[in-house]
Write a protein that binds this ligand. Structure first.
Ligand SMILES: Nc1nc2c(ncn2[C@@H]2O[C@H](COP(=O)(O)OP(=O)(O)OP(=O)(O)O)[C@@H](O)[C@H]2O)c(=O)[nH]1
Ligand SMILES: [Mg+2]
Length: 380
């Protein structure tokens, strides 16, 4: 062979070797970079507990699904309590200021009554509370502000009633999903609340399905489906003007087939008169659980009530309560009002517990209601 050809072949082999070496160095450099990043992550986050690792895995999974990740429940409650405390300073602070006056005379007690009534507590519960508090302050001769605060706390908790069962139907029984119907006047926050509840349930590892039984306008089903996507759950919907009861039926049927834990049914609030409301909600309620057979009635009917609407809202709530048996109340927009007293009034009026409270428009702005937690937030 000619010498130049041999030289060319040698050069080509050297070239290939150099390129191969270059590629392998780059790859190992990238790997090292990744390793370094991971080490930094671990340094920043420190030791991860099993829960934190599980949460991180869930987060990645949810991100892969393209949906948002619910905040961890404990953190959410702390944040919500802060917000509730802020929004209700009017009531709690007002009462504490009045009670810490040197002289608790007749006019001071009247002012205490006025403060409670202005916060929508209702006349009857207010009178009860003030009478009991007056009696106890007198008997105990309590003058120390901390002592008086303690008495007020106890009496407020009694008024809100810590003995009520505020749990929510949240799991399948015998293969049947729990069915929750959400009702209330338009704008109260029904659709938002359905989204928020779904998110809490998803965070608890429950399988959830939404039913868009507000067929009054196409945008309603759209809004619900958007919440569904956000939270990572499916929405059963039909065309605008479809029979709401048939949507509820289909949602529950699918929920049962899919082995869902909970089916949440959103309804329309825009009903012209009481007769129409009774007919429609009554039918939705009856038909929804038909796929589950005899003996499985609806598990929960939640009435969503806007806390800022005061007496007017209470009147509307009564109409809904007459139309359909309510099992729990969701009081929304407590972030926008100092009138937290409506909790007491609405429970009295309807005889059912406030189970959840809405404290903002965000997906995590929903908290379970407890008498102690609520009163402590008022008095914070
Ligand atoms: N600040 C605040 N806003 C809320 C809360 N809950 C709902 N909203 C807002 O209230 C408005 C009405 O909420 P929706 O969920 O659409 O009310 P809806 O009852 O479904 O209304 P219709 O479908 O028209 O009957 C929206 O702008 C919500 O973001 C809450 O707890 N706090
Ligand atoms: Mg709606």
């Amino acid at each position: 062979m000619d010498q130049p050809i041999i030289l060319l072949i040698v050069l080509a082999i050297v070239f290939i070797l150099v390129v191969a070496l270059g590629i392998s160095l780059r790859v190992s450099g990238k790997r090292k970079g990744l390793r370094d990043e991971r080490t930094i992550d671990a340094d920043v986050t420190g030791e991860l507990s099993a829960d934190e690792i599980a949460e991180a895995v869930e987060k990645e999974k949810a991100e892969a699904r393209g949906s948002e990740v619910p905040t961890e429940p404990a953190g959410r409650l702390v944040r919500l309590r802060e917000r509730l405390a802020k929004s209700n300073t009017g009531l709690g602070r007002g009462l504490l200021n009045l009670l810490s006056r040197d002289n608790l005379d007749e006019s001071t007690w009247e002012e205490i009554e006025d403060t409670l009534i202005l916060a929508d507590v209702g006349v009857e519960p207010t009178t009860e509370l003030v009478d009991r508090l007056r009696e106890r302050v007198k008997v105990l001769g309590a003058r120390d502000p901390e002592e008086v605060r303690g008495l007020l706390r106890e009496e407020l908790i009694t008024l809100v009633d810590p003995t009520m069962d505020r749990s929510l139907a949240n799991q399948a029984t015998g293969g049947d999903p729990a069915v929750i119907l959400v009702v209330g006047v338009n704008g109260a926050g029904k659709t938002t609340t359905v989204g928020k509840i779904a998110r809490v349930l998803v965070a608890e590892d429950k399988t959830v399905l939404l039913g868009a039984a507000d067929t009054f306008r196409a945008a309603a089903a759209e809004q619900l489906a958007t919440w569904g996507e956000r939270v990572g759950v499916e929405t059963v919907r039909k065309e605008e003007g479809a029979d709401p009861a048939s949507v509820a039926y289909s949602a529950v049927e699918k929920g049962q087939q899919d082995g869902a834990d909970v089916v949440l049914v959103d309804t329309a609030g825009r009903l012209q008169n009481k007769r129409g409301l009774m007919d429609e909600l009554g039918k939705v309620k009856r038909v929804a659980t038909r796929p589950l057979g005899e003996g499985h009635d609806i598990d929960e009917v939640l009435l969503v009530l806007d806390a800022t609407t005061g007496q007017n809202g209470m009147q509307q709530a009564k109409v809904f309560a007459e139309a359909v048996d309510i099992t729990g109340i969701v009081l929304t927009k407590l972030d926008g009002t100092a009138k937290g007293g409506i909790v007491v009034a609405v429970q009295r009026e309807l005889g059912v517990p406030v189970k959840l409270i809405g404290l903002g428009e965000g997906a995590d702005d929903l908290a379970p209601f407890t008498a102690e937690g609520f009163v402590d937030a008022l008095l914070d």
